[in-house]
Design a protein. Structure first.
Length: 105
């Protein structure tokens, strides 16, 4: 969120829409900060176990949506670097979210 230009360079984004991409990158960043805060609150002393499960479930849904959007973006050869970066990030989020969920049964 604080360094959208650097993030975009690392993802290989260049061109005339750079200003708009910086805006979207900041939106994505604030969403990630809020989701991290939700996880932090779910693990506070006195929190109900269901709070953590719900935070993880919501994070999994967001990451699954991000992965689908990255796959759709990757259909264009010129968009492969940002699509790949998005897919790696979303996939990592999905893996961590699944690993954090309590075993059922």
């Amino acid at each position: 969120m604080l360094l959208p230009g650097l993030v975009l360079r690392l993802m290989g984004v260049r061109g005339v829409l750079r200003r708009e991409f910086r805006y979207v990158t900041r939106l994505f960043g604030i969403r990630e900060i809020l989701m991290a805060y939700q996880l932090y609150q779910a693990e506070r002393h006195g929190a109900e176990p269901e709070e953590l499960e719900e935070a993880l479930r919501q994070g999994l849904m967001v990451d699954a949506g991000d992965a689908l959007c990255a796959l759709a973006l990757g259909r264009s050869a010129s968009s492969l670097p940002p699509a790949a970066a998005g897919l790696v990030g979303a996939g990592t989020g999905i893996a961590l979210g699944l690993a954090g969920r309590a075993p059922s049964g």
